[in-house]
Design a binder for this molecule. Structure first.
Ligand code: WTA
Length: 658
């Protein structure tokens, strides 16, 4: 069976899934929300009076100045807890230290090189955050200014995020796999004043040139002169770097002599906390803006509900802080909830393919949250890496980033969870700030492949192109009909794009960009994107972004990128390229791959490149992506091709099949 046939079978089997797994009785007895009746009651309470519901939860946060109204909703603009003053780092740190929990473990960190490990208590983390915050302030970084963070997964990455929050600076974390051009784009769009980075980071035994990438970004000839005035450099690998006098400063020099008790800045609830760039359906990533109080409350509350966090938990979310999952469930959610987090710096297969299970055995996390693409890699690497490992500390498993196919779900359940751990399949997005739909592990019966039911406060609907609700069981666009505290507040510097992308196709409702369907039990099944956004190994990529990167190469005249099914990554990038010059050979394919890596990063590099004399287009000149998707997947082309401008193009593409 071909890869594409297997993938098609996967989709079909998801739709027919009938296995139901009730939560284990022992789990339910101890859980915060231990019965479906409790869930329904909470859900109904939030729906009937959202103001009172969120007021009750927000009151538990350490306010510097109390808020006035809970919600001011002028679609599409929400203000939550308006006029209140609060600081996100104080919610995550000072609050617990003040309550006498300063000695509790905040984080356990494991480095990629075997044997490297460190533990920090809440009091120690607070002290380090204060020192860096004071250092940033001494450089003149202040409230509302944007600081880019481009770092490996070290405790200092979490410290950098919280230090920005402490002085009211807005952080923009850039995933360490992005290229210098991608850094330059983001710095420029956000007018960042500083970059926090490291000399390098470890990845599968190699040293990533993080500082060198930042240097290149700041000198990018494709961008206006940089707005960045300061570069703070953590010494991580010890590799040689160039330090530019007056601009670059070592982290250790910046924090030395700084106070360990800097008071948190009193930020307005609606002051921006961070921006995080994500791919949309254009060539330019958009800076999703999240604000302070609502975001932190949402991250904390959802972490407590979905992961059923309790005092003795050690929570391992394997996401990098370069993605929203790392923001909400490495940093803000669990720390606001006072939990202990586990962070691992490196790749799951470094130095061997059983590294994660070795870490579970050694560190004994109780909750493990990862992506389906990782689970499929573990399956491929083989059971020998899992068997014989003591995974008995685990009590709950989670999945995020894409739908989890039932085969991977069952493997996760049996081989990692030992059949005893509930699995929470969490649906959400960069834009939603935190989990929106997920089983609650103590009460929701799960069906492999479904993210089940909305959390309290989340009111989804499935609609057709006219915005009308579809019949039960029908597929359609997923929208969220009511505001929630963690919702995005805008696209950085681009109000029109915010309104147009999320609020105009179905007026007044948040358009998630996913297709979904509800089954007879009211369970939600996510069925892929409605736009040209790909999900490659759990990472969002825009086809147009990849196309723009390709056409910026001198040999390329035109390019079309599509996704094709892939056994491990879920989707892989396939591109069709017409040439302006050069020979359609393997050397050019290599050059184009390298070019995409430079323009965006390794995650966007196409798996397949096909040269073609022309691309199939409609009479109005639109590239017919559906046809290209079928060809890329090796499927017989189905559906209407009557608008195809030039039938011979299709035949030529087929005969070029590799
Ligand atoms: C997809 C990641 C199915 C979806 C937190 C969404 C999922 C996009 C799931 C957001 C899930 C995420 N089931 N699909 N449990 N979780 N997705 O912004 O298409 O990186 O729109 O946020 O990932 O990706 P993002």
């Amino acid at each position: 069976m071909s890869e594409s046939q297997r993938a098609a079978g996967r989709v079909a089997s998801v739709m027919q899934e009938e296995r139901v797994f009730p939560p284990p009785a022992e789990f339910s007895r101890r859980a915060r929300i231990g019965s479906l009746a409790d869930y329904r009651r909470l859900y109904d309470e939030a729906a009937a009076d959202p103001g009172a519901f969120w007021d009750a939860r927000a009151r538990e946060l350490p306010w510097i100045t109390p808020y006035g109204r809970v919600l001011d909703w002028r679609p599409p603009h929400a203000r939550w807890f308006a006029d209140g003053r609060i600081n996100a780092s104080a919610v995550c740190l000072d609050h617990h230290v003040a309550a006498g929990r300063g000695g509790k473990t905040a984080l356990v960190w494991v480095g990629e090189p075997t044997g490297e490990r460190c533990v920090m208590t809440y009091a120690e983390l607070l002290a380090e955050v204060c020192r860096l915050a004071a250092g940033l302030r001494s450089l003149g970084v202040g409230p509302g200014q944007v600081v880019s963070i481009y770092m490996p997964m070290t405790p200092e990455l979490v410290i950098a995020m919280l230090a920005c929050a402490r002085i009211g600076a807005v952080h923009s974390v850039i995933f360490g796999g992005f290229s210098s051009e991608a850094i330059a784009d983001r710095n420029h769009d956000a007018a960042a004043v500083a970059v926090i980075t490291a000399d390098g980071g470890w990845r599968r035994g190699a040293q990533l040139p993080l500082k060198a990438n930042v240097d290149r970004a700041l000198a990018s000839p494709h961008h206006p002169p940089t707005t960045v005035k300061h570069v703070i450099v953590l010494e991580r690998t010890g590799q040689a770097v160039e330090m530019v006098p007056g601009r670059d400063v070592w982290w250790r020099d910046l924090v030395s002599g700084q106070p360990t008790d800097l008071p948190p800045a009193a930020m307005d609830s609606e002051d921006p906390l961070f921006i995080l760039y994500t791919s949309g359906s254009t060539g330019k990533p958009k800076g999703i803006k999240h604000t302070t109080a609502g975001y932190v409350l949402w991250a904390k509350t959802t972490a407590e509900w979905v992961f059923d966090l309790r005092d003795d938990d050690l929570f391992w979310c394997t996401a990098d802080c370069g993605w929203i999952t790392g923001h909400s469930y490495v940093t803000y959610g669990p720390l606001a909830a006072g939990a202990s987090i586990l962070i691992y710096e490196g790749a799951p297969n470094a130095p061997h393919e059983g590294r994660f299970w070795e870490i579970v055995e050694q560190e004994r996390p109780t909750i493990f949250y990862t992506a389906p693409t990782a689970i499929r890699s573990f399956m491929k690497w083989g059971l020998q890496h899992v068997e014989g490992r003591d995974l008995s500390s685990l009590r709950l498993l989670g999945s995020v980033g894409e739908g989890i196919n039932p085969e991977a779900w069952m493997w996760y359940h049996e081989k990692i969870g030992g059949g005893r751990c509930p699995i929470v399949d969490t649906w959400w997005q960069t834009e939603t700030g935190g989990i929106m739909m997920s089983p609650l592990p103590g009460c929701t019966p799960t069906k492999p492949g479904s993210c089940t039911l909305p959390l309290p406060g989340v009111v989804p609907q499935i609609v057709d192109a006219a915005g009308d609700a579809v019949e039960q069981g029908e597929g359609g666009w997923l929208v969220i009909t009511k505001p929630w505290p963690g919702m995005l507040r805008g696209v950085w510097g681009d109000e029109a794009r915010f309104v147009d992308t999320y609020w105009s196709k179905v007026p007044g409702k948040y358009l998630a960009g996913d297709n979904a369907r509800q089954d007879a039990d009211g369970y939600y099944w996510i069925m892929g994107r409605i736009d040209d956004v790909l999900n490659v190994a759990g990472h969002r990529l825009s086809t147009i972004e990849i196309e723009s990167a390709l056409v910026s190469h001198p040999a390329v005249a035109e390019a079309a990128a599509v996704g094709r099914p892939h056994d491990v990554k879920g989707e892989a990038v396939a591109v069709f390229v017409t040439l302006r010059s050069g020979n359609p050979d393997d050397a050019l394919k290599d050059a184009l791959r390298k070019h995409v890596r430079q323009q965006i990063g390794a995650l966007a590099v196409p798996d397949d490149i096909r040269f073609t004399a022309s691309l199939p287009k409609t009479r109005s000149g639109k590239i017919m992506r559906r046809l290209l998707r079928d060809i890329a997947a090796g499927r017989e082309t189905v559906g209407d091709t009557t608008t195809l401008e030039d039938y011979t193009v299709l035949a030529n593409l087929r005969s070029n099949d590799e």
